[in-house]
Design a protein around this ligand. Structure first.
Ligand SMILES: [Zn+2]
Ligand SMILES: [Zn+2]
Length: 74
């Protein structure tokens, strides 16, 4: 089988009869790319799904406060 470089990114090798590499296909179809760091700036809290969180955070401050309050009531 013959390989060529992906014409879009010029980084990945693909089969001669393929148009783009899987990374470029994922990008074009709207899937998140592991190479695209900018996507990580728009993370939402998985609990309330409305407040933005940092990538290191498990939940937003509001949910954390709620959870802490709930736990302390038990
Ligand atoms: Zn590519
Ligand atoms: Zn939240």
């Amino acid at each position: 089988m013959k390989y060529k470089r992906c014409p879009r990114c010029g980084l990945n090798y693909i089969l001669q009869d393929q148009q783009l590499c899987s990374v470029c296909i994922d990008e074009l179809t709207g899937k998140k790319s592991i190479f695209d760091d900018e996507n990580f700036g728009e993370l939402l809290c998985p609990y309330c799904e409305k407040n933005p969180i940092e990538i290191d955070d498990i939940m937003c401050a509001e949910c954390r406060a709620k959870r802490f309050k709930k736990d302390s009531n038990i």
